[in-house]
Design a protein around this ligand. Structure first.
Ligand code: HEC
Ligand code: HEC
Ligand code: HEC
Ligand code: HEC
Ligand code: HEC
Ligand code: HEC
Ligand code: HEC
Length: 389
């Protein structure tokens, strides 16, 4: 699923893009101008998620954090982010489907579990057939899962993905829905080196070390060091009782300004400017939460009460009970017209007193994902209105 990241855009698109960027720049509030693209963030910071600068030996893995941060390590391991990629051998979707076959167009696919627990698949049509290994599963599986194989040192994105809402396999998003015209197209799509590097950059930890893409070094999923930076200096200093060096040796995003903190999560979730740069339009951009959120009137000039972490603890699984988000809204909005709003409060709702997000953070289906994503552009949603870009 290479949703957000095609780099090979034609010149005409680039021109339109620049016009769009200029338009967006002219339209937007002051703080948007403080925000940056992820490549700019990386250039300006000592550490930024996905920067790939730290050396291989500077990473210690989340096990090394457990001794002193046990609770966080336990709860974070349950977050989808920690499972954003897993070795194929650990995929439930593949295990449940092993031995079964399914069709896409004229091709039949079969998932095969070997005695040692690894997976292969076959793609066949008539008397032609190929057998290929499945190496990685990307996506925790709550929404869906895509698979990578490695052939002669090149990563390939397999043509089928698992869709949780369908309980079935279908065409991988962003691959052509047209019938495959050859066996090679029916089996997988080769990734360029840069594309594979980006995929791993957002879905694994320490896949790029010392600026070199080393997928063999990747730790599955986003673990501690994917956000806090490589941990060896911190661990060594803390073990030696050198508290100051310990604190200096690790990044705590808590100290970032609201605008910067949203861009921080946007390193993988797509910042406002990243979204403009890839000219994302239409309902697919509901997946770019920083872009959507910062387009809300609530965001104003940026506010610590409305960063990603004010609603989502990055160390704990996503909270599904919608009512628990009310307190976030009411940290700014008055709860009723009667109560005289404090000076720092925004207006009250004339309609609802609780469960705010069910009406004001609408869910939209992204067709090729077969899933309804939450629109982070908080607003009054009018019946029948088109999706606002
Ligand atoms: C030997 C004990 C020890 C180990 C191992 C350890 N830490 Fe810490 N860590 C501490 C102490 C002590 C503090 C400071 C106390 C506090 O703020 O909770 C701290 C604070 C932190 C902070 C906040 C820093 C700040 O500026 O306030 C982060 C982030 C952090 N640790 C991440 C990690 C990560 C990631 C790992 C594993 C790579 C790790 N720690 C391993 C002892 C440890
Ligand atoms: C290094 C990349 C990366 C960074 C940085 C990152 N995320 Fe994520 N995040 C992901 C990926 C990949 C997923 C998809 C996980 C999956 O496969 O379902 C995800 C999923 C999520 C989810 C959905 C969880 C669920 O169960 O559906 C939330 C919420 C989230 N991230 C919040 C954050 C917040 C808050 C921050 C900033 C503090 C952040 N992320 C930073 C990569 C990242
Ligand atoms: C710029 C960072 C980034 C890159 C590059 C990236 N992903 Fe993702 N991916 C994410 C985030 C963040 C999510 C979390 C879901 C969301 O917000 O849409 C995600 C979700 C997914 C999902 C689960 C579906 C879902 O919406 O939760 C799959 C499967 C997936 N990605 C596969 C891939 C594959 C395969 C590649 C490379 C071809 C790739 N991704 C490249 C950031 C990235
Ligand atoms: C998706 C990004 C992300 C991941 C992954 C992540 N953290 Fe954090 N961590 C944060 C952010 C953001 C903060 C600041 C939270 C805040 O402002 O409330 C933080 C804060 C902390 C703190 C300081 C707590 C405090 O109150 O200041 C510690 C300690 C910590 N993290 C440890 C860990 C450990 C250990 C892991 C791995 C098990 C981990 N983190 C994984 C984003 C992350
Ligand atoms: C005002 C609260 C709020 C803020 C701020 C917020 N979110 Fe969410 N987020 C939600 C709610 C509510 C859901 C849906 C929970 C559910 O129904 O499962 C959600 C769901 C998600 C999901 C799961 C996929 C989906 O579309 O349902 C991801 C990923 C996510 N948020 C990332 C982020 C990121 C990144 C930021 C910062 C740009 C952010 N969120 C800021 C409230 C918030
Ligand atoms: C950081 C403070 C803050 C937070 C948190 C916040 N809002 Fe707002 N919101 C505002 C401000 C300021 C406005 C501008 C209008 C006003 O003054 O009432 C606004 C406007 C709105 C509007 C009207 C939008 C329009 O287009 O006219 C709605 C609806 C709304 N907020 C709902 C919510 C909901 C629901 C939540 C929680 C998910 C929330 N807000 C969280 C500050 C906030
Ligand atoms: C049942 C759906 C529903 C729920 C639940 C709901 N709202 Fe609303 N809200 C609306 C509608 C519809 C409007 C537009 C009313 C109008 O314009 O006449 C609105 C308007 C608003 C406005 C704009 C008020 C103004 O004067 O412009 C704000 C702010 C707001 N809601 C915040 C919230 C908050 C905070 C909560 C949770 C405590 C909440 N809403 C719960 C449906 C809902």
């Amino acid at each position: 699923m290479s949703h957000r990241h095609s780099n090979s855009v034609p010149q005409s698109v680039v021109t339109v893009l620049m016009m769009l960027a200029f338009w967006a720049f002219a339209q937007t509030p002051a703080t948007i101008k403080e925000q940056l693209t992820t490549p700019e963030r990386i250039e300006k910071s000592k550490w930024w998620p996905t920067d790939g600068r730290a050396g291989k030996n500077e990473y210690v893995g989340s096990r090394a954090c457990e001794q002193c941060h046990e609770t966080i390590v336990k709860s974070q391991s349950l977050h989808s982010m920690a499972k954003a990629s897993i070795p194929a051998e650990s995929s439930d979707a593949l295990r449940d489907a092993s031995g079964q076959s399914f069709r896409i167009g004229e091709y039949e696919y079969k998932i095969i579990r070997e005695a040692d627990g690894t997976f292969h698949y076959t793609a066949s049509s008539g008397d032609k057939s190929v057998l290929l290994p499945i190496k990685w599963a990307f996506g925790a599986g709550k929404v869906g899962q895509s698979y990578l194989s490695e052939q002669d040192g090149t990563f390939h994105e397999i043509r089928f993905s698992y869709f949780a809402t369908l309980h079935a396999f279908g065409v991988t998003p962003n691959q052509s829905l047209q019938p495959a015209t050859s066996m090679s197209k029916a089996s997988s799509r080769p990734l360029t080196g840069a594309e594979a590097q980006r995929c791993f950059g957002c879905h694994t930890t320490a896949s790029t070390v010392g600026k070199h893409f080393e997928p063999a070094n990747a730790m599955p999923g986003i673990s501690c060091e994917g956000c806090h930076g490589a941990g060896s200096r911190h661990v060594t200093a803390m073990k030696a009782g050198d508290f100051d060096a310990g604190v200096a040796g690790i990044v705590n995003p808590k100290t970032l300004k609201p605008v910067d903190l949203v861009d921080f999560c946007g390193a993988c979730h797509t910042t406002w400017w990243d979204a403009i740069r890839i000219a994302a339009t239409g309902v697919a951009n509901v997946r770019f939460q920083p872009y959507r959120l910062e387009g809300s009137r609530c965001w104003g000039n940026g506010d610590a009460r409305l960063t990603c972490v004010s609603c989502h603890n990055p160390h704990q699984p996503l909270v599904r009970e919608t009512r628990t988000y009310d307190s976030r809204c009411l940290s700014c909005h008055a709860s009723s017209k009667q109560s005289k709003p404090a000076a720092d409060k925004a207006g009250a709702c004339p309609i609802g007193k609780e469960d705010c997000v069910t009406c004001h953070m609408h869910k939209y289906e992204v067709p090729d994902m077969h899933y309804k994503y939450t629109d982070h552009r908080i607003r009054i949603v009018k019946a029948g209105e088109p999706f606002p870009d």
